[in-house]
Design a protein around this ligand. Structure first.
Ligand code: CTP
Ligand code: MG
Length: 258
């Protein structure tokens, strides 16, 4: 059974919208709702645990209760840092879960294919993370603004979520990080330092983390083109249906069946 923990308890300081960015609308639908719908579209996902601010728990439950087609969910209070929010979510995961995915509420544009690939790789190898090859040259720079080195770009990957793990591996890594006072910027870094191999799974460049106001524009552009594509598919299907019916009518007419 696959459970997903969705950290959504940040303050969105870089977004500077005055509210948790997870509740901002993207083409009329709150970001968190879009993320939940995308995760729910994946048949292997059985439950979703969302961590929000302690004062947002009640309203989030009410919001999600009205969303059609989402998987069984629970809402818990997050913590001061993302790692604390994930740890709280992890405690609420069902006993039956053997795979746990962690996916940021701030990445509503994740594809169903990426979610499925991460689940499959985690089932096989214990730990897998979505990523894309770095497009930019990345340099290591010291505190004084001086370049220290330039790692070869071909070996650099930008790491995203979802990140998927066998439950016992993730629980053990979180326990060890807590005991050692280690803070990582993603979940895999905790698993890496616990000595496990982590596999990278090719994702895509649309799976951005919505962080600053311009990311909202980019996200709405992607979502708008997806909506156009599916509307176009609908129109194409309707045109095909109508022309098939017209051909059938002509054939019957010629055969004198009326
Ligand atoms: N997150 C969380 N608990 C925290 C901090 C972050 O659950 N204490 C979540 C965010 O809600 C987000 C994800 O972790 O879905 C990635 O974090 P980030 O993009 O940094 O979001 P914020 O922390 O909200 O933004 P900022 O850092 O600009 O304040
Ligand atoms: Mg943050």
């Amino acid at each position: 059974m696959v459970s997903v923990v969705v950290p959504a308890a940040g303050q969105g300081k870089r977004m500077n919208a005055g509210i948790n960015k997870a509740f901002l609308s993207l083409l009329g639908t709150p970001m968190l709702v879009r993320t939940m719908q995308k995760l729910s579209s994946c048949s292997k996902v059985s439950e979703i645990i969302v961590a929000v601010g302690a004062d947002e728990v009640e309203n989030t439950r009410k919001l999600l209760e009205h969303v059609p087609d989402i998987k069984p969910f629970a809402v818990v209070a997050g913590g001061a840092e993302r790692q604390d929010s994930v740890a709280n979510g992890l405690r609420a995961v069902s006993f039956e879960a053997d795979i746990v995915l962690v996916h940021d509420a701030a990445r509503p544009m994740v594809s169903k294919e990426t979610i499925e690939k991460v689940i499959e790789a985690a089932e096989k190898n214990g730990a897998a993370i979505a990523a894309v090859p770095a497009k930019n040259t990345i340099k290591v720079v010291d505190a004084g603004g001086i370049v220290k080195r330039t790692p070869e770009r071909a070996s650099l990957w930008e790491i995203q979520t979802p990140q998927g793990f066998k439950k016992d591996i993730l629980q053990e890594a979180y326990k060890k990080a807590f005991e050692d006072g280690f803070k990582g910027t993603d979940d895999a870094s905790l698993v890496e330092r616990a000595g496990h191999l982590v596999e990278v799974v090719m994702s895509d460049y649309r799976n951005i983390k919505i962080t600053t106001p311009e990311d909202l524009l980019i996200a709405e552009a992607f979502l708008g083109s997806d909506a156009l594509d599916s509307a176009k598919k609908g129109i194409d299907a309707a045109v095909d249906f109508v022309s098939e019916k017209a051909e059938e009518f002509k054939r019957k007419w010629k055969e004198g069946k009326f």
